[in-house]
Design a protein around this ligand. Structure first.
Ligand code: HEM
Length: 133
């Protein structure tokens, strides 16, 4: 048995990330939905306020990476199990790598570079800590 074979590491990753994702997703849903006003209170100020806080930045980036890698690795297993034609399988696996990588890069950039106080925005849409908010 090779200790560090890719499929063995992937099998362990799915169990560990699945366990962590349960805690992250329930926290995410509770914090975003249990505020006053529920889902209707989610606006730019709410999201920008959260993403200005390093705790929520790292929380979100962990959720983003784990959810995307967990989901796409699950799809990789389904494709390998069910798609018999080599060309189609290669195309689907390559599409998975490209879409997952794109979403991880874009999501990470959004989380760490979002400007919570864009110049020229109406003050009632901005978080309260902005000079114009
Ligand atoms: C009713 C269900 C949901 C609501 C209302 C909701 C709401 C939100 C809101 C308002 C944000 C931006 C502010 C923040 O970071 O909290 C966000 C971001 C995010 N949510 Fe959710 N969410 C829901 C379900 C989920 C689920 C099930 C997942 C994962 C399996 C998820 C993954 C994420 C991720 C990764 C981000 C960060 C995205 C980024 O900026 O790149 N969400 N969600």
């Amino acid at each position: 048995m090779k200790l560090f074979r890719f499929d063995r590491l992937a099998w362990i990753f799915m169990r560990v990330s699945g366990f962590i994702l349960i805690a992250l997703i329930f926290t995410h849903l509770t914090v975003n939905l249990m505020q006053d006003g529920g889902v209707k209170a989610i606006d730019f100020a709410f999201v920008a306020g959260k993403l200005a806080n390093p705790f929520w930045q790292w929380f979100d980036v962990t959720l983003l990476w784990l959810a995307l890698i967990h989901g796409s690795n699950g799809m990789r297993v389904v494709v390998n199990d069910y798609v018999e034609r080599t060309g189609v399988r290669r195309f689907l696996l390559a599409s998975l790598v490209i879409s997952t990588t794109t979403l991880i890069v874009l999501g990470t950039l959004v989380i760490f570079t979002l400007d919570p106080c864009p110049v020229g925005s109406p003050s009632d849409l901005l978080p309260s800590f902005c000079p114009a908010g």
